[in-house]
Design a protein around this ligand. Structure first.
Ligand SMILES: [Zn+2]
Length: 397
């Protein structure tokens, strides 16, 4: 009997040790707000200044989204990560590629694109958010063009450029990746750029941007501070912050990770977008439904990342795939709700009782479901037997 008690005490001590080792991520997942409803947000980047074919793609997307309504009557919503400028190829060529000149979204050449965006906003199916003045840092592209003929050709092209064709590292706006590894930008240059892009955004959309998503998900604390001054209150993230491009050109130098509802040093609310749906790359429609089911079990919103290239390069097929994905999502979660990132972030920040669960038992079940995404925890919990009492939490709810 004494031996049994001793063994049990040792087991409890082992579990306590495991919980202590993982105390940080465990408590963060307990503090992370729990959503009451399945929430689906389709996040679509790169729209704005660029190829004129975007106008037709946006019109077709808007028509498709308007055919879907959640059970509260709200139409399907897609965010548009907006780019406000592409190179003015003719003027840059005239300077022999020494000076940079931008062609802005407000230019008459983009009238149709802006009109398609505005029509979708008026129909409540598009929610614009700031992706960046440009999908690159102009001095870095200009510097790269001096030694790279492809970049030079891209920069001086007469038609509005598609930034998807730039080398990946140069698509990061908030570092100088003209050579690798990338170098930080001066905070003052970042601040000026953020102020300027917020003003351009306001000129097009009539209000300052409130939500930002960094191009290629590379940004820094200095960028957040500049965004805060420009009025950004929500930052869409992949769950961590990469601050550089490595020698290999990959996003790197990750300096923090975040869960939905955590705050930046400058006070912004972070959201996490971690479901990927790029039909042109072969992603199946079922991804939307599977992502929604998993995130809902975790009490999280399902933020789905997609890009305009799907709807420009393989337009009809991508639209069909999105439609099938939305149908699959409704079949899996008939009570799903559409929401804009801004209102989602505000609900999370204020612990709005319409959206946020406060009862302890459902929160415990959700907490248990969240633990599987802590690196190594799942395996150690299983080996130590701690997985057993944890599983009871889910059943008890
Ligand atoms: Zn982008």
């Amino acid at each position: 009997m004494t031996l049994l008690l001793l063994a049990f005490a040792m087991l409890l001590a082992l579990w306590a040790g495991v919980l202590l080792v993982f105390a940080g991520p465990l408590s963060a997942r307990w503090r992370e707000p729990v959503l009451k409803h399945p929430v689906l947000v389709i996040e679509s980047d790169d729209w704005g200044a660029g190829p004129p074919e975007q106008a037709g793609a946006l019109v077709r997307l808007s028509e498709l989204l308007q055919r879907f309504r959640d059970h509260t009557g709200r139409p399907a919503l897609m965010t548009l990560g907006v780019v406000l400028e592409v190179p003015d190829g003719a003027r840059i060529a005239a300077s022999n590629c020494v000076e940079y000149h931008g062609l802005r979204l407000a230019d008459a050449r983009f009238d149709d694109v802006r009109a398609a965006m505005q029509a979708g906003i008026a129909a409540h199916v598009f929610a614009p958010q700031l992706h960046g003045q440009c999908h690159y840092w102009p001095p870095a592209v200009l510097a790269a063009a001096q030694s790279d003929d492809n970049v030079r050709g891209w920069l001086v092209a007469s038609e509005p450029a598609a930034t998807e064709h730039l080398p990946s590292q140069l698509q990061s706006r908030w570092v100088d990746a003209s050579s690798l590894p990338s170098r930080e930008l001066a905070p003052e240059a970042i601040r000026r750029a953020a102020v300027s892009e917020a003003a351009d955004y306001r000129a097009v959309f009539g209000c300052a941007p409130q939500v930002a998503v960094a191009t290629t998900f590379v940004w820094s604390e200095a960028v957040e501070a500049a965004w805060a001054q420009a009025g950004i209150e929500v930052i869409v993230t992949p769950g961590h912050r990469a601050t550089c491009r490595t020698v290999a050109g990959q996003p790197g130098c990750v300096d923090r990770s975040m869960l939905t509802g955590e705050r930046s040093l400058s006070g912004q609310t972070y959201l996490v977008r971690d479901v990927y749906f790029e039909p042109a790359l072969g992603h199946a429609a079922q991804r939307l439904a599977d992502g929604l089911v998993t995130r809902s079990r975790q009490g999280r919103a399902c933020l789905v990342e997609t890009h305009r290239f799907n709807f420009l390069q393989a337009g009809e097929a991508s639209l069909a795939s999105l439609e099938a994905g939305l149908k699959a999502a409704f079949a899996a979660c008939p009570t799903l709700r559409f929401a804009a990132p801004l209102e989602l972030a505000r609900a999370v920040r204020t612990r709005d009782p319409v959206w946020i669960e406060r009862r302890v038992r459902p929160r415990l079940a959700v907490w248990r479901a969240r633990l599987d995404d802590i690196p190594r925890f799942r395996r150690i919990a299983r080996l130590s037997g701690l997985a057993l009492p944890l599983a009871l939490l889910e059943r008890a709810a």
